[in-house]
Design a protein around this ligand. Structure first.
Ligand code: PLP
Length: 386
């Protein structure tokens, strides 16, 4: 009977495709590290050092070194990193924080949960990052900080951002969650503002085996305050000097991240190599905008994002060929249900809104092969011919 229904149905059989090019492949990343990761986890179990502790501290030191920052504070997630950095900077109710509408919602959640108000400013059409020329217009007497988001693996144009911030006495918190190891004029992501916030969500350029994050800073006062805040405001066990939170990094994550950090440079290098191949093979194709690596920047291609008008059709077309794409992000923050209360309608941030409607993230991860890149670009050429 079911067969009859299926055969009579006007709907075609749902096509079951095997994925030939996944969007991300964490299995391929972890397989060669399996023994090392197992040993690292075993050490944490043997030492009973599960919440914060020596394995987190060891990672903090090596991650600070990697970034070129004197201090790193391991926390529970990238969202915690942003929130605790804002709290430590004294940002709270009545304050405004300038950021971009095209980011992952964690950026504005951190502002909202600090009790402050996000104020959006539009982005550049070339890099999709905060447009320094528009920042001044978003600043009011209530503005206390700016959060540039280093989106897709490339840093925002930090010199003019810092200049505006310093002239106005504003703090700068870099959201570097997508830019581990990216650089701007020789300085790594997270080290230019007052604080740099990182996520080690598994899919990031440096990902934990669960949730984790970190703040880097060169300011000792800020470091101490974030350390205190992430640990229930304790300076000593059960001596609470402020109202804090449980924002500690998990010991197993610290140990796993120390293993994985040793490979981050190689992985970023591989991402850049595959990005160069995409670029070579897609150059000159009508109707496609390729990502731009701006002058003086080192892009680490957390995502390889192109723009084109018929975005949804392309994703469907490639999907049928077993190629998985993504959209980062389908709705700019001011148009999400969560921030509807701000009353910022469609047309408020035209560049961000237009880009949002055209973005396609192509498969990008360190173990992506050159053959897979060719398969994706062949698929795109076939799409553009029909
Ligand atoms: C991933 C991400 C975050 C949040 O990080 P979590 O570790 O998932 O909390 C914040 N901002 C941006 C831009 C991100 O990509």
């Amino acid at each position: 009977m079911w067969l009859e229904i299926l055969l009579k149905s006007s709907e075609p059989f749902p096509k079951v495709n095997s994925v030939s090019v996944p969007f991300l492949n964490l299995g391929a990343q972890h397989e060669p590290l399996r023994d090392e990761l197992d040993a690292a986890i075993r050490k944490v179990i043997d030492a009973n050092a599960f919440a914060g502790g020596p394995f987190v501290q060891e990672f903090e030191e090596s991650f600070a070194d990697y970034c070129g920052s004197p201090h790193a504070i391991g926390v529970g997630s990238g969202t915690d990193a942003l929130w605790l950095a804002l709290l430590a900077l004294g940002i709270g109710p009545g304050d405004e924080v300038v950021t971009v509408p095209n980011t992952f919602i964690a950026t504005t959640e951190a502002i909202s949960f600090a009790g402050a108000t996000p104020v959006f400013t539009d982005i550049e059409t070339t890099t999709y990052n905060m447009d320094p020329a528009r920042i001044e217009a978003a600043i009011t007497p209530k503005t206390k900080a700016i959060i540039p988001v280093h989106l897709f693996g490339q840093m925002a144009d930090m010199d003019p951002i810092m200049e505006i911030a310093r002239a106005r006495g504003l703090a700068v918190v870099e959201d570097a969650s997508q830019s581990h190891g990216a650089a701007y004029k020789g300085r790594r992501a997270g080290t230019i503002g007052d604080a740099g916030c990182f996520s080690f969500y598994p899919g990031k350029n440096l990902g934990a085996l669960g949730e984790a994050g970190a703040v880097v800073t060169s300011d000792e006062g800020l470091r101490d305050k974030i350390r205190c805040l992430r640990d229930h405001g304790q300076t000593r066990k059960y001596h609470h000097s402020m109202v804090g939170w449980n924002g500690r990094m998990d010991g197993i994550q610290g140990a796993a991240l120390s293993v994985k950090l040793r490979h981050l440079e190689t992985w970023n290098h591989l991402r850049r190599a595959r990005a160069a191949e995409y670029r070579d093979q897609l150059r000159g194709l009508e109707g496609i905008t390729l990502p731009v690596e701006a002058e003086g920047h080192r892009h680490v291609y957390h995502l390889f994002v192109i723009r084109l008008g018929r975005r949804d059709k392309l994703i469907h077309f490639l999907g049928e060929r077993g190629i998985a794409c993504g959209i980062h992000y389908p709705v700019p923050i001011h148009l999400t249900g969560a921030y509807q209360f701000m009353g910022l309608g469609s047309g408020s941030f035209p560049v961000a809104e237009q880009c949002t409607g055209e973005f396609v993230s192509l498969p990008m991860f360190p173990d992506l092969t050159s053959d897979q890149v060719r398969e994706v670009t062949a698929g795109m050429r076939a799409f553009l011919q029909c």
